[in-house]
Write a protein that binds this ligand. Structure first.
Ligand SMILES: NC(=O)c1ccc[n+]([C@@H]2O[C@H](COP(=O)([O-])OP(=O)(O)OC[C@H]3O[C@@H](n4cnc5c(N)ncnc54)[C@H](OP(=O)(O)O)[C@@H]3O)[C@@H](O)[C@H]2O)c1
Length: 239
């Protein structure tokens, strides 16, 4: 599975999962472009990848300021990627977030919708444009197992992640026959330092590692995954 000369856009690259996924794409030879909300964090991200790519201004790395939830910013970001590399082969929608909240808290629900759904739809709309022009594309979105079942104090997150499943099915149907696939992965808890700190009594050995999830995301973004579209794939590791 080679990503040589492939251009992959990764949202949420500054996050705990994002950092591992970006490295895994770079290891496979991909060009990686990362829209990042905050200018300083974009600089930090580039610097943190210097060891992997030789220098922080390596030509196959783009980390620019763009909010994945902002349509104009994402269009400009993708235009920049096209000027630099001439193509967008894959999009990994990792941006998102969790917060507990009541099913009656509309503001909380809207915040989670913006973080998880708006980011994915907006980034995808920007990337589908060049994918359609070339008749090739891979779109992978990180949902959550929590999107399969509503729970007490989890309405906003379950609604947003559940919506990503139905959206992915619809998107895949809309893009069928155009060489573009769309899939969503549904991890349970991801084993990273923030979750370990927040859940000191849990057993992280049961959780999904970022590398396990990254391997599936990378496969679904590869040319070899041409036969998989519209799928919502649980990634529950040892839970
Ligand atoms: N952690 C888990 O156990 C778990 C389980 C299942 C699914 N997931 C999903 O996996 C993905 C990555 O999780 P993670 O643990 O790596 O999360 P994280 O460390 O909190 O990183 C979240 C990333 O998303 C971006 N983001 C958050 N809210 C945003 C918004 N409103 N607009 C634009 N960008 C936003 C953040 O950007 P900034 O750096 O600009 O804040 C950051 O890059 C998320 O979609 C999450 O819901 C996580």
């Amino acid at each position: 599975m080679s990503f040589s000369d492939r251009a992959v856009v990764v949202t949420g690259a500054t996050g705990n999962l994002g950092r591992t996924v970006v490295r895994m794409f770079l290891e496979a030879g991909a060009h990686v472009a990362m829209p990042v909300r905050d200018l300083d964090r974009a600089g930090e991200l580039r610097a943190s990848l210097g060891d992997r790519v030789g220098s922080s201004d390596a030509p196959h790395l783009i980390a620019d300021t763009a909010d994945p939830a902002d349509a104009a910013a994402m269009t400009a970001f993708v235009d920049g990627v096209l000027r630099a590399w001439g193509r967008v082969d894959a999009l990994a929608n990792l941006a998102g977030g969790y917060a507990a909240g009541s099913a009656l808290d509309l503001e909380g629900i809207e915040r989670l919708w913006a973080a998880n759904v708006r980011t994915a739809v907006t980034a995808t709309a920007a990337c589908v444009r060049p994918m359609r022009a070339r008749g090739y594309g891979r779109i992978v979105t990180v949902g959550a197992l929590a999107g399969l079942q509503g729970r007490r104090s989890g309405a906003g997150y379950a609604m947003a992640k559940g919506a990503l499943i139905r959206w992915t099915e619809s998107l895949a149907a809309e893009l069928k026959g155009e060489g573009i696939t769309a899939n969503v992965v549904l991890p349970s808890t991801i084993d990273h330092p923030v979750n370990r700190a927040n859940m000191p009594k849990a057993d992280p050995a049961a959780w999904v590692t970022p590398a396990e999830l990254g391997a599936l995301i990378r496969f679904l973004c590869s040319a070899e995954a041409s036969g998989v579209t519209g799928a919502a794939i649980p990634v529950t590791a040892r839970t």
